[in-house]
Design a protein around this ligand. Structure first.
Ligand code: SF4
Ligand code: F3S
Length: 112
């Protein structure tokens, strides 16, 4: 199994998760992060760190799409190991649903 980042992260991007990962397996897109499924050791410490519950174990139902997205973009986006500045307006998007369809960006972030 692995943990994956889901659409709650989009435009919120708090990045508390990257500070606790013992194997540095987060990768940065323009407005969300993903986890590399082949590098994640399933320790689970990142899950409670996310304020918007965007990190889920892939054993939950209906996460196949997100497993594919995490796998694909972890190999395209740069690694991030240090928390940067979250988007200034990220609180506006905490409760929003359907963010993948509205806002997902395939563009890479800056990484660290
Ligand atoms: Fe990193 Fe552990 Fe989270 Fe996997 S479960 S992304 S290894 S902190
Ligand atoms: Fe995203 Fe949550 Fe990390 S919003 S950047 S998964 S702390």
């Amino acid at each position: 199994m692995t943990y994956v980042v889901v659409d709650a992260c989009i435009k919120c991007k708090f990045m508390d998760c990257v500070e606790v990962c013992p194997v540095d397996c987060f990768y940065e897109g323009e407005n969300m992060l993903v986890i590399h499924p082949d590098e994640c050791i399933d320790c689970g410490v990142c899950e409670p760190e996310c304020p918007v519950e965007a990190i889920r174990p892939d054993t939950e139902d209906d996460l196949e799409k997100w497993l594919e997205i995490n796998q694909k973009y972890a190999s395209e986006w740069p690694n991030i190991t240090v928390k940067g500045d979250p988007p200034a307006d990220n609180k506006d998007f905490e409760e929003e649903t359907g963010k993948f369809e509205k806002y997902f960006s395939p563009n890479p972030g800056a990484g660290s």
